[in-house]
Write a protein that binds this ligand. Structure first.
Ligand code: DGL
Length: 302
């Protein structure tokens, strides 16, 4: 395996960008290939079999077609439905699956009441039940359903009044009752402000992004696949429905960036919003590309 190949990061859509952020902070010299299957999002309301099939297809694309050196499943839903199958299919490859940060929450809040907010698939899968059994000790763990949140984040509205209204409906009944809320879906960190507006700043929000990044580094180091100091620091970000983005992954994000949004949808606005949240950079200009509109150059915000 070539240590200079990409680390694949996969999510149903934009949510995994919250994990990519942690990965890049921890592994700044690595190259990442981000694939968001936004054509098929949301995964969370599909059957487990559907999510499994989509995840295996993404695994094939990233591990076989692109020969990435590791696959990070930056989607709790895909992990819950398909991580076992992926590992069976690719026993010799590094495959890291994100998990809700429930252990961290229970360790930090002994005897507390912990909410776990996740998609329907994640909440109903055996993997979560087993995790709860393993880590909850004397904590009370409450499953919190969150219909509509993924759609809102995919639409780039995580930071709006609409998001606060939705959170009031979903989380209002838990106000004053939780010691911590586990964000068990990678889309939810984007809505953290709206969540805290409703629950209060004192309720800790915990997600699995940091733990996933650490586990990825540990696995790559153990396999001697970390790139060292000669890395090219590039990321390719590819959203199935919307566009392809190529950008340098240095902390200052200088250099050329290309977007390839498919014609006739609003993907460009959405990705610009999320890239801005991720990097602090925003789109500069749109120019015609080959076959589809192309937006080039991400420049720093003043
Ligand atoms: N981001 C995914 C997760 O972590 C789910 C989003 C979806 O429903 O597609 O669970």
């Amino acid at each position: 395996m070539d240590k200079h190949s990409y680390i694949a990061v996969f999510d149903s859509g934009v949510g995994g960008v919250s994990v990519l952020r942690e990965l890049r902070a921890l592994l700044p010299r690595e190259r990442f290939y981000y694939f968001g299957d936004s054509a098929n999002a949301p995964y969370g309301r599909k059957t487990t079999e559907e999510v499994r099939a989509l995840t295996l297809a993404a695994g094939k694309k990233l591990l076989e077609d692109h020969d990435c050196k590791a696959l990070v499943v930056a989607c709790n839903t895909a992990t819950a439905a398909a991580i076992t199958d992926l590992r069976e299919r690719y026993p010799d490859r590094i495959i890291v699956g994100i998990e809700p940060a429930l252990k961290l929450a229970c360790d930090r809040h002994p005897g507390g009441t912990i909410g776990i907010m996740a998609t329907d698939v994640t909440l109903r899968e055996q993997k979560l039940a087993a995790l709860m059994e393993r880590v909850k000790r004397d904590c009370t763990v409450l499953r919190v359903q969150a219909p509509g949140v993924v759609e809102l984040v995919e639409a780039g509205k995580a930071d709006t009044g609409e998001a606060v209204e939705l959170m009031e409906r979903l989380l209002g009944p838990y106000t004053g009752k939780l010691s911590a809320l586990v964000l068990g879906c990678t889309h939810y960190p984007f809505a953290a402000k709206a969540i805290s507006r409703v629950l209060g700043e004192e309720v800790r929000l915990l997600d699995g992004g940091d733990g996933t990044a650490r586990e990825t580094r540990r696995r790559l180091a153990a396999a001697d696949l970390l790139v060292g100091h000669d890395g090219k620091e590039t990321a390719i970000i590819h959203f199935a429905a919307d566009m392809e983005v190529v950008l340098p992954a240095q902390t200052d994000m200088g250099g050329n960036t290309a977007f390839h949004p498919k014609p006739g949808n609003d993907g460009e606005g959405i990705i610009a919003h999320h890239l801005h949240q991720l990097t602090g950079f925003s789109l500069k200009e749109a120019v015609p590309g080959e076959g589809s509109p192309t937006v080039q150059a991400v420049q720093p915000q003043p």
